[in-house]
Design a protein around this ligand. Structure first.
Ligand code: ZN
Length: 77
């Protein structure tokens, strides 16, 4: 199981939204990281926002951010 390695951002965002308590938001680079890490793998910050509300907000932005490549997702019908 390598859920965090999925490149697909909307799918990743959905997984995060399903289990927000397993993640936290890095205050250094705004990326969503596993709640288990002690420093951010992207920017090595050790400051995190761990509230579910903040994780959900960031996950939504991750999902809604326009993709660079044109890809069709049928998630919204
Ligand atoms: Zn970071």
């Amino acid at each position: 199981m390598k859920l965090l390695q999925i490149e697909d951002r909307p799918l990743k965002a959905i997984r995060i939204m399903a289990m927000p308590y397993k993640y936290k938001v890095c205050l250094g680079c705004d990326s969503i990281v596993s709640a288990k890490v002690s420093t951010c793998p992207n920017c090595h910050s050790y400051r995190f926002e761990q509230s579910v509300e903040e994780v959900l907000k960031q996950a939504k932005e991750l999902a809604l951010r326009p993709q660079k490549s044109v890809t069709t997702f049928d998630l919204l019908g």
